[in-house]
Design a protein around this ligand. Structure first.
Ligand SMILES: Cc1ncc(COP(=O)(O)O)c(C=O)c1O
Length: 392
């Protein structure tokens, strides 16, 4: 017993929740967007109450203590000693993808990423006037792992490519890439003179006890100089709505161009976000550990349930995140996401991740509700199988 209650969650309908508003008025359980149906850490709630009690909510600039907490956290948790100057606060990480892309090269250049991937990795380059080069991840059957396909990356890269978007831990595959894998990514980037944007938002949600997150910026000074690493407390502590994250950019020139690209567009952090970030990093570790343990239990439930669903498959147990990547191609749906929604469960659509035939299931919720979600997934899958049989 952790002393924290992950088994219940206050009603979120009618609370301006993006996750729940999508299906308002319908009997659809949301398991799509990546936020959790858990109350955040008590210390964060206390910090927010204190901030709210102050009653003055003007524009926010981080106090020295917030910056110190970030620097200390990166050193303590991820073994990365960063200079305070390298840290750029930002309300959210998606704008940073745009910031990095716009800070490097010019319109008409190319941005590389692997698929499947978190949808803004595919849309940000295009919205910033770049082309996007999608390289599928490969299935390594012997190791039973999703891996980078370096032959395909080499074949896809052109002199127009300036940026590689890296998601580690990986959303939606749940991979925690090893040091050796990341070193190979870094060598690839060096060979082709690419800036690497390493989105590490899920780095504190490693569920696999045998895996350890390696921060891309720790791979050496040369590697760090061509990198922008993105972090936030938002996923780990379920505070995404408070809008506070940060980029770590060791190279001063790149940092300056990044700031310029976002100036006036996405520079103001929410004043509550700073309070939450500081409390999370200072006092949130017991809650984080308990949450990871609970999510590990939820993942056991997901894996057990899916193993007994014909036509639904999870190729690799996610090592991190609270997201499971379900392969439902065998069921032959025309539109899997729509079919599951009609069956009362709102999942992430694989099409948006660059992988039709897959859906993403968010298991960051009380276990009782997860049971209901999985029950509905099972029902939709078995109806579809019955229909397939009837059709011959
Ligand atoms: C890999 C990744 N990056 C970024 C985000 C979103 O970050 P933000 O809300 O700070 O823009 C998410 C949310 O799911 C994510 O999974």
């Amino acid at each position: 017993m952790s002393g924290f209650d992950f088994d219940s969650c206050p009603e979120r309908r009618g609370t301006d929740s993006t996750k729940w508003a999508r299906f308002a008025g319908r009997d659809v359980l949301p398991a799509w967007v990546a936020d959790m149906d858990f109350v955040s850490a008590p210390e964060i709630m206390e910090a927010l109450r204190e901030r709210a009690g102050h009653g003055v909510f003007g524009y926010a600039t981080a106090r020295r203590q917030v910056l110190e907490v970030v620097v200390d956290y990166l050193a303590r948790r991820h073994g990365w000693c960063v200079e305070p100057d390298w840290v750029v606060f930002t309300p959210a990480l998606v704008p940073c993808l745009h910031g990095v892309i716009r800070a490097v090269g010019a319109a008409g250049d190319a941005v590389l990423t692997t698929v499947p991937v978190y949808p803004p990795f595919l849309s940000a380059p295009v919205l910033s006037g770049r082309s996007v080069v999608r390289v599928p991840m490969a299935w390594e059957a012997l190791r039973g792992e999703w891996v980078f396909d370096f032959d395909a990356l080499e074949a896809a890269v052109t002199p127009l490519a300036r940026v590689l978007l890296l998601c580690n831990p990986h959303n939606p595959l749940g991979r925690v890439f090893s040091r050796a894998e990341l070193e190979a990514v870094a060598a690839f980037a060096q060979r082709h003179d690419l800036v690497v944007c390493a989105d590490e938002i899920h780095c504190d949600l490693v569920l696999d006890e045998g895996a350890r997150h390696v921060a891309f910026g720790t791979l050496g000074e040369d590697v760090a100089r061509r990198s922008v690493s993105l972090f936030a407390a938002s996923k780990t502590f379920n505070v995404a709505g408070l809008l506070c994250g940060y980029a770590v950019i060791p190279d001063a020139g790149l940092r300056g161009r990044f700031r310029k690209a976002l100036a006036g567009v996405a520079n103001e952090v929410n004043i509550f976000g700073f309070a939450a970030l500081e409390a999370a990093y200072r006092y949130g570790e017991p809650w984080r550990r308990a949450c990871v343990e609970y999510l590990r239990g939820n993942l056991d439930v997901v894996m057990g349930a899916v193993a007994s669903m014909e036509g639904v498959r999870i190729a690799q147990r996610p090592q991190a995140t609270y997201l499971a990547w379900l392969d439902v191609r065998a069921l032959g749906f025309e539109d899997p996401c729509a079919a599951f929604e009609a069956g009362g469960v709102g999942l992430g659509d694989g099409v948006d991740f660059g992988a039709p035939g897959f859906v993403r299931l968010n298991f960051g919720c009380p276990r009782g509700r997860l049971g209901e979600i999985l029950g509905r997934v099972r029902e939709v899958a078995s109806c579809q199988r019955a229909e397939n049989v009837a059709r011959g």
